[in-house]
Ligand binder design. Structure first.
Ligand code: GLU
Length: 380
């Protein structure tokens, strides 16, 4: 039988990692920001970055910290009060991370998102480009739900799910959910001495949901269920999830060194990311068609390259930046689909031209690619 000791954590081989930390950890069970813990995670993340890894942090705690700052002992139920608490607490949250990372000469950035931002292709693409730009700059983005503007209709609701959405958004290799529990058990260890710890499972294993959320079973009922669902969601883009205790000594460093100290919920081999799946499955509503030359077809389908304006012969339809368009080979057969970086009007001005001419032709250059390969799905 394979034991945890024989296995190597999925984090070891992960280059792009999303780390989610929960409210109870960040705010020391609601007592106020746990600066010692924030410093520990920051120094471990700084070590991961020195190893060449990219890290995005999804941190909860705004509402809990806001309540502590406002002297509220009871969590309000009214939306506007929760929003007010989040607005107050978010200040403390980002300040704490900023100060902690500054000790390692690392810049941080605040990203506040709602579900609506991720459902809309254009805003999704913008958020994605911004996150990539920040990662390229060596910055650690600190993400939270934009609680201040989030109403029930547009919010994600919990940061485990937000962590998974961000994981899919940036196609991270791994999502680490730090919580105040060791991980997932097959029954509630507080009530069942037979409960065994789940160190490895497939994220899509349907029995996990029952273990995490079944009445009288999983630990932290509700809390673990959202984590399992987040792991399933992350697995759709090929990312593995690790649920581990944020209170474990050097948890991130040890995971990255390959030690299995949490529940590892693995993704099975995906062919496409969730977004690529979305594009491929899109049967209606393609706004435009780009006809490519043979060189561009080869670059896209064989070499995994982005689509540059120079490889496009003609553009049909009316589309805006961020819309899904079809790429046709010279014979008119669809060979790929992707989210285009320029509108149809702009595309017509730059097609057939080298990317270095974009700024002269459009007055501005936002992307060298017409469709970045991350936003492209090749069809067979
Ligand atoms: N966005 C909320 C906050 O920062 C937390 C949501 C969650 O923990 O799931 O307080």
């Amino acid at each position: 039988m394979t034991t945890a000791a024989d296995m190597r954590s999925v984090v070891a081989d992960a280059n792009r990692i999303v780390i989610k930390v929960g409210s109870s950890l960040v705010t020391n069970d609601g007592k106020g920001l746990d600066l010692v813990a924030v410093n520990h995670w920051s120094s471990q993340i700084s070590a991961l970055k020195k190893q060449g890894r990219e890290v995005v942090l999804v941190s909860s705690g705004a509402i809990a910290e806001g309540m502590a700052r406002l002297g509220w002992t009871q969590r309000p139920t009214e939306m506007h009060k929760l929003q007010a608490a989040a607005a107050v607490g978010q200040m403390g949250l980002v300040h704490a991370y900023e100060a902690a990372f500054a000790q390692h000469n690392i810049q941080t950035a605040q990203i506040l998102l709602t579900h609506e931002d991720l459902a809309d292709r254009k805003r999704y693409l913008n958020a994605r480009s911004t996150l990539f730009a920040l990662l390229r700059l060596g910055v650690v983005p600190i993400v939270n739900e934009n609680d201040t503007v989030s109403t029930d209709e547009i919010k994600v609701g919990d940061n485990d799910t937000l962590g998974a959405l961000v994981t899919n958004l940036i196609e991270a290799d791994c999502l680490i959910i730090l919580t105040d529990q060791r991980g997932l058990y097959n029954a509630d260890p507080r009530h069942n001495p037979q409960a065994t710890f789940i160190s490895h499972a497939q994220a899509t294993d349907a029995s996990l949901e029952a273990m995490a959320g079944g009445v009288g079973t999983g630990i932290g009922t509700g809390g673990m269920l959202t984590k399992v669902l987040a792991a399933q969601r992350a697995a759709k883009s090929g990312a593995h999830t690790v649920i581990a205790s944020g209170r474990e000594d050097l948890v991130l460093t040890r995971l990255a060194a390959g030690e299995c100290i949490g529940s590892e919920l693995q993704a099975s081999e995906p062919v496409w990311s969730a977004r690529k799946q979305w594009m491929a499955d899109h049967i209606r509503g393609l706004r435009g068609r780009l006809t490519l030359d043979a060189g561009a077809v080869r670059a896209l389908t064989k070499d995994g390259k982005s689509l540059l304006p120079i490889g496009v012969k003609s553009a049909e339809g009316y589309f805006e930046a961020g819309d899904l368009v079809s790429c046709l080979d010279p014979e008119g057969k669809e060979c790929a689909r992707g989210l285009v970086n320029y509108s149809s009007a702009e595309t017509r001005l730059i097609l057939g031209q080298p990317s270095s001419n974009i700024s002269t032709l459009l007055g501005v250059i936002s992307h060298a690619e017409l469709i970045h390969r991350d936003n492209l799905v090749v069809l067979n």
